[in-house]
Each structure stands twice: as structure tokens, then as C-alpha cells.
Design a binder for this molecule. Sequence first.
Ligand code: NAX
Length: 327
Amino acid sequence: SKKPVRVAVTGAAGQIGYALLFRITSGEMLGKDQPVILQLLEIPDEKAQKALKGVMMELEDCAFPLLAGMEAHGDANTAFKDTDYALLVGARPRGPGMERKDLLAANAQIFTAQGKALNAVASRNVRVLVVGNPANTNAYIAMKSAPDLSRKNFTAMLRLDHNRALSQIAAKTGKPVSSIEKLAVWGNHSPTMYADYRFATIEGQPVKPLINDEEWNKNVFLPTVGKRGAAIIEARGLSSAASAANAAIDHMRDWALGTKGKWVTMGVPSNGEYGIPKDVMFGYPVTTENGEYKIVEGLEIDAFSQERINLTLKELQEEQDGVKHLL
Ligand code: NAX
């Protein structure tokens, strides 16, 4: 049987953590034959650590055959030791009266420290997914704080936006989600992201003429996908958790096990593709193979798309500028 791999999860006692850990441990992320050792990180606060112990009791009670070990940590420098995968979910939420720049600064501190810890103790091939918001900028900060690790090993989660867009297109066309290919989501995980179905196909047929409704694209589809997080909060009284955990599983599974030519969306550091400045952590369509992602290149960007890409890029650059002095 396979050697266990180490999976670190931060914010492990939070709501996404609760929806995520059981699925990782049942084999939905890395395969039904891949044992895992969970290295769980929470803030050192007594209440959070106690809640984490409770989650671990439940994990024990599942008697998962793939659970080869489990640890609770209050410090990233021990939590990330030799880890092969790191899901950085824990982040500082916006508190009452907190301004955007305060939020950026609080998270910059967390992700600088976690990037340094990964740099110091994680496996040299660690694959990092940042879920905690602002996800792209947090991933950028972690990457910049880990100079000894490959920049390709740092990613941000755009998969929830991708999956939300897939569902909207499926509902509009009346076709199954599984039949939709070649969807792309560009940019920041925020309402400025640009979900783009210009290249999408259903059973090999182009989606754009099938929908043939530019007003729907601009006035329904893009705002619905962009503001879906807020709509969930409004309806549920809590932010998306199960769907976010599901997207994290999808992201890591596809990265580790390959997409067999299918496009998915990942937030990855730019190398200049599509005119995005180097290192900006940008949502791109990618394919994955042998544990590596490859940005889909050579797609035509029309005037409307360029405008949308510029908008989301501008927001990301403002976020990056806001934390520059902290790196
Ligand atoms: P919760 O508040 O339920 O849980 C967060 C947990 O992280 C808490 O238990 C907290 O103690 C812990 N934590 C905070 N700082 C930490 C640190 N420095 N080290 C370790 N643990 C730490 O939030 P939840 O609903 O689970 O959401 C977690 C994050 O995901 C938030 O930042 C949220 O904004 C973000 N999201 C990102 C999404 C994406 O698509 N990229 C979508 C869903 C979600 O909104």
C-alpha cells in the first residue's frame, strides 16, 4: 500500500475546516488508496484548540481506513513540518469597523509568518492552496515569504467561482454540468473576477451561440457568479462553507491527480501570460498533468474581456500595493 502523505490544514476548527477534513480523510482529495497524516493548525487560543480537539474526536470516530495519523498544532512552524500539501484556510475575517487596509495588514501578517514557516520546514515539493481571503493576495504574500520554495507551488482558490459559473451555465442551457468544458475564470477571487464562457463547449458544441444572449452574460451571469458569496450569506446567515470545501477538494485533487486535458481554474503566479505582470496571483484556465499545472495559452482576448481582465487586475495590484511595505 502507498506511503502516507502529510496534509496540513489551517483554520481546522472553522466551518470550512469542518466540511473539508472528513472528505480529505475519506480519500476524496488524493485518492481512495492514499493514506494521509493530518497536521491541523488553529490559533493558540484555548477555545479554538479545544474545538479542534472536538473535530479530531469526530475524525477518530469515523474510523477512516486512510487516516494514518493526526496532530493538533498552535504554531505553523510545527504544523507545516515535512508537509506535502498545505490548505491555508484560516484567515482574519473583517471585524466591525475594520477597514480594507486593516484587513489586508492583519492577513499579511498571518501569511508572511505561514510562508516563512513553509519555507523553513515543509516538504520541498509542498503544494499550497490558499483559501482564506483575500485569497489571491494572501497566496502572493506566502509565496513571497518562501524564497526557497518554487513559486509554482503556491496557488489561490478560484475553483468555487469556476464551479458556480458551471452551474449557472448548466441551468441556462439545460445541460448537465459534467458536459461543460473549457470554462475560464480570470483574475481575483472577488466580485471583479471574470467568468468567461466564450471558449466553452457542451458535448463539443460551442456554448456561446447556444446561449446567444450578451445581455444575460453582462446583466445576469456575471453579477450572479460575482455576488454569489454575498447571496449565500444573505440566505444562510453564514458564509459558504461546504461549497468552498468542495472547491478546495476539487482544486487539490485535480492538481495532484491530473485533469486529463480538461480545463479548470486556478489562481497561480503569472509569468506574463495575457499581459499580467509577473508574480500577480491571477485566476487562469489551466490543465494539470503529473502534479504540475499549465496555463492555457493563446486564447483570444476581445475588447469586452480585456476590459474585465484589466478591472480585476487593477484590484489585485491595489491589494498587492497595500501590503508591499509589509513584505
Ligand atoms: P471560520 O471563521 O469559520 O474559520 C476560520 C478558522 O481559522 C477559525 O477557527 C480561526 O480560529 C482560524 N484561524 C484564524 N487565523 C488563523 C491562523 N493564523 N492560523 C490558523 N488558524 C487560524 O471561517 P470559514 O468560513 O471556515 O472561512 C475561512 C476563510 O475562507 C475565510 O477567510 C473566508 O473568507 C474564506 N473563503 C474563501 C473562499 C474562496 O473561494 N477562496 C470561499 C469561502 C470562504 O469565504
